[in-house]
Design a protein around this ligand. Structure first.
Ligand code: ARG
Length: 442
């Protein structure tokens, strides 16, 4: 069921050159017919900005570089010259061009291959690309996001998938999904504590002000917020049956089930721009499967998230009076054991950090044999627990870490703070053209 945010700004808030809203945004109220910018209280980070990403013409050099890469890596497509001529002509005339279906598939896969913060890139060729570029309306986008979640997991087996919606063009931005991920748990401030996921406090606040009731629970699924070009954002509740969740148990500690912990199966990032050959797909949610530490170390363990280590340490009977008992470390390992055990028990795809580190080394070696550079960000690739027990830790001086930006296509966060042209310029200045991938850590 869609709930429309009643409020259109006379200054075309949600149209070209319109509003950019950060997830920390707080609407004071949104009386019909007025711009929320005029009724905002403290803590608001909504502002009118210069034209959003996509409002500028495609950078021809980026387009050409991608077309060359595509033809070089897909010999069956023949030589690039004819396509280059066509792309040049289209960019000159319309300021943009339209990827062929095959270019889109390859570009999306290369964007994954180039994601310097992702440890799971060995399988970049297996990415399934759902081409939904014809879809730009909010209702259809929400329906397709739900279909994405449904199709990404079959009997527990997760398939890396991206759904690509209408790109941004010089005369209009593409649609946008405001959620960080298609699935996220709400966070509610109650007195001095937080119920749910503190990471999503700001977003929860935002959707509540847009009319979402919120159940006040620890694991409430947030609604989707979809902004179609020129329209107010709309809210959509996810049908519960498309969100697979795994309740946590432990192979030895029966009491762990009593903590009522759970996590969802499919991480699907939805606030990053998929950039291919100078074209920005602002709405292009993509998923892989989890590495256990993302949930066991960060989501449930971080003090700024579910902060479960003190609870677990206490149930384990550890002495938390002194750091030197390493109670945090002991609890952390057992929580990670619980995550891997529970996903396996539920038959849901997950990987552990030892296996994934080795696979990443395979990927590095394979790519280097092919003569391709692998951009990699050491601080993101090394797992958050037991770093030195994994081989990636010891490749710190590998050439791969030198540059994190690579040519072809890439991913970056749809960043309200910095427009695409600004960012592109900064990268050019640094002598690093094209590839960018910025993900929200954790
Ligand atoms: N770390 C994020 C989370 O815990 C997910 C990031 C993407 N992870 C992945 N395995 N594809 O929700």
């Amino acid at each position: 069921m869609a709930r429309q945010f009643e409020g259109t700004c006379p200054r075309s808030w949600f149209g070209l050159g319109g509003a950019v809203v950060s997830t920390n945004a707080v609407f004071d109220s949104a009386p019909a017919g007025s711009c929320p910018a005029h009724t905002i209280s403290e803590g608001v980070s909504i502002r009118h900005l210069a034209p959003p990403p996509g409002a500028e013409r495609v950078d021809l050099a980026e387009a050409e570089e991608f077309v060359r890469l595509y033809h070089a890596e897909n010999p069956q497509a023949g030589p690039p010259e004819a396509r280059l001529r066509q792309v040049r002509a289209h960019v000159e005339r319309f300021g943009t061009y339209w990827h062929t279906a095959d270019e889109l598939v390859h570009g999306a896969r290369v964007a994954w291959r180039n994601s310097s913060r992702c440890i799971g890139r060995l399988y970049w060729r297996s990415l399934r690309v759902r081409d939904r570029r014809a879809v730009a309306g909010a209702d259809e986008i929400a329906t397709e996001c739900v279909a994405h979640l449904r199709e990404a997991i079959t009997e527990g087996r997760i398939r890396p998938t991206v759904t690509v919606f209408h790109p941004s063009a010089p005369d209009r931005p593409g649609p946008r999904i405001w959620n960080e991920q298609l699935t996220r748990y709400a966070g509610y401030r109650v007195g001095s504590t937080v119920i749910g996921d503190p990471r999503n406090l700001g977003f929860t606040d935002l959707v509540r002000r847009l009319g979402w009731a919120g159940g006040g629970g620890r694991f409430d699924l947030l609604p989707l917020v979809v902004e179609a070009p020129g329209q107010a954002p709309r809210l959509y509740d996810l049908p519960a049956e498309v969100v697979h969740e795994v309740p946590l148990t432990h192979p030895r500690f029966d009491w762990l089930a009593e903590l009522g912990l759970r996590w969802f199966a499919v991480p699907a990032i939805s606030n990053m721009c998929l950039e291919i050959g100078g074209i920005c797909y602002q709405a292009a949610p993509f998923n892989g499967w989890y590495m256990g530490t993302e949930i066991g170390a960060r989501n449930l363990g971080d003090t700024g998230r579910y902060d479960q280590l003190p609870v677990i340490a206490e149930r384990m009977g550890l002495d938390t009076g002194s750091e030197r008992t390493l109670w945090r470390d002991l609890a952390l390992v057992e929580l990670n054991v619980a995550v891997l055990h529970s996903f396996e028990l539920a038959g849901v795809t997950i990987t552990d950090h030892h296996t994934e580190s080795r696979r990443f080394i395979d990927h590095l070696d394979r790519e280097q044999r092919k003569g391709r550079r692998v951009g990699a960000d050491w601080s993101w690739i090394v797992p958050p627990i037991s770093g030195s027990t994994t081989p990636v830790f010891h490749r710190a001086d590998d050439a791969a870490w030198a540059g994190t930006e690579l040519p072809g296509s890439g991913r970056r966060r749809v960043d309200p703070e910095r427009s695409q042209p600004q960012r592109a310029r900064a990268l050019h200045e640094a002598g690093l053209r094209q590839q960018r991938h910025t993900a929200a850590r954790g």
